[in-house]
Design a protein around this ligand. Sequence first.
Ligand code: ASP
Ligand code: MG
Length: 403
Amino acid sequence: MALIVKKFGGSSVADAKKVFNVANLIVEDYKKGNDVIVVVSAQGDTTDDLIAKAKEINPKNPSKREMDMLLSAGEQISISLLAMAIETMGCPVISLLGWQAGFNTDSHHTIARIKNINGERLKSEIEKKKIVIVAGFQGLNKYDDVTTLGRGGSDTSAVAIAAALKADLCQIYTDVDGVYTADPRKVSTAQKMDEICYDEMLELATLGAQVLNNRSVEMAKKYNVELEVRSSLEPHKSGTIVKEIVKMEKTLIKGVAKDNNVASISIVELQDKPGIAFKIFNKLAQAKINVDIILQSIGRNNTKDITFTVSQDNREAAVAVIENLKDSLAFREVTFDENVSKVSIVGAGMESNPGVAAKMFEALSDAGINIRMISTSEIKVSVLIDEKFADAAVIAVHDKFVN
Ligand code: ASP
Ligand code: MG
């Protein structure tokens, strides 16, 4: 007998038929004698639809507190429907909202972080042999106001419960059957991985592989929660295990990811003297803007250029920060480009293998794709290229490494 946490995303509970499909999976595990806690997201596109409704009322700036009140309603619908489906199957079940399940968060409405989970209620329902269905993506702050955890936050809800209650298993069900070496919808030769380590998964999650929310992977790593990514459509097929140590496999590269949500910003003709980069990136940090790749040109005539990338949603704010520095830094101009994409290869163990980056560049060169910027770390190499070549680049690089 084990304590199993299962998480189902919005597409897995999108309609009545799918709700019953999920209910069957839950009941199957319960009938084997397991304790089962289930976390669900809102059905289908419900969260997007709710956001659209808010825009009809106030297109610019509805308060974040009220957005949380609205968005948390999506999960309230899915948990009750799923519980009703399980009731019809004759099993004891109870649905709980985030606050009822003990989720305490900070007060950053719409992007709240979980502070702790008071697991008393969850434990007592489990002791009563009930299947517990918990609303993902939501909690309560210290003022008793409902908060949400940021888009895709239900993965994090599930991992948090698994960590707090020391569950034996945390299964994340989605509409793909595991983590692939590249997006299987775009790259026909993509292969499913049996296992992957947290750091690699984190890079792939952050780089836009979109299987798991990156905060959930961070939390799983911190609390050593082993995750299993599985398909709710083919539930008996084994998925991908995400865990700490993975035995070294033949393939060094775990995956190729693409991120289109990138913009590059260039500051042209800055003075070439100490302290300039500090001023720029300090101001960006104060504005809570994450900078990714940075490139500085060699100085000429006492000037230099600095180019860096940010996520597209931060582009406007970042340019504004730089414009504000114009008087004190006396550069010529700031330009930006949103038609760029970041393509990355990820794999632990890359650092001790020379030639990995060169091999990636060779694949891009053979495909006639120009590299604008490069960055490397112990477990990844990323390049910035024209967005229109991104899919071709992923295929070229994937073919080079994975087959
Ligand atoms: N329903 C929320 C969203 O769409 C949370 C989630 O799906 O994990 O972002
Ligand atoms: Mg872009």
